[in-house]
Design a protein around this ligand. Structure first.
Ligand SMILES: [Zn+2]
Length: 221
């Protein structure tokens, strides 16, 4: 019985996926989540061409996560994920989100070069500013027209307005409060939504340009 329990609790923390991604679970995942199972699911759900940039996945507590108030990041072929995950969906969401960042460079032309995604994003930012203005958040327009990540803007949305309130005010404009953070996060949130909700209903109606781009990326070789 003891042997059986030991065997059962012994999760593989260092393995290769069937698609050849090296996975290292340095710090154990919360809530008994099984990284092998999650990676299997991801490799079935995400087309192989979208996984070509990812060489390694590391599950670990990183200082960067606390300092920058994030729970995952992508850098040079490696995807870093926090072990603090609520459930399988939470973890899958984080992995797919970071996979999307790995694709921004190789698919730069398809995603960004024609400026259409930027235009969709900026229209939404202007609209959001007007709504927030009406609710007493009076800010300079330039604050909303910077598409790059800006820690001050991030803090404004997250802590000054707050995501709960924001989620209500931006309904039908952004698929989530985080999608308003920067153009890159707008893309990443849409990419994640595309695979998490395959009916694409919300994405299609809220972000038609982004949806078309993702559909084209998905269907062309
Ligand atoms: Zn991101």
């Amino acid at each position: 019985m003891l042997d059986y329990l030991l065997e059962k609790n012994k999760k593989n923390n260092n393995f290769y996926t069937s698609g050849g991604i090296a996975v290292y679970v340095k710090d154990p995942l919360a809530n008994g989540l099984d990284m092998e199972k999650i990676m299997q699911f991801i490799e079935r759900k995400i087309p192989k061409k979208f996984l070509s940039e990812v060489e390694m996945v590391v599950v670990a507590h990183l200082k960067d996560f606390d300092e920058r108030n994030i729970n995952a990041m992508y850098e040079n072929g490696c995807l870093y994920i926090t072990p603090d995950q609520d459930d399988e969906a939470d973890l899958i969401d984080d992995v797919i989100h970071e996979i999307s960042h790995s694709l921004e460079h190789p698919y730069y032309n398809e995603i960004y070069a024609d400026g259409e995604l930027e235009a969709e994003f900026l229209n939404k930012r202007r609209e959001l500013r007007n709504i927030l203005w009406d609710h007493g958040y009076k800010t300079q327009i330039n604050f909303f027209l910077n598409m790059e990540y800006d820690v001050e803007f991030d803090n404004f949305l997250l802590n000054i307005v707050g995501y709960d309130k924001l989620a209500m005010l931006m309904q039908g404009m952004f698929i989530s409060p985080y999608a308003a953070t920067s153009l890159r996060e707008y893309f990443a949130s849409g990419f994640t939504e595309f695979f998490m909700h395959p009916d694409h209903k919300l994405l299609k109606s809220v972000s038609p340009v982004l949806y078309e781009k993702l559909k084209n990326l998905y269907t062309t070789d």
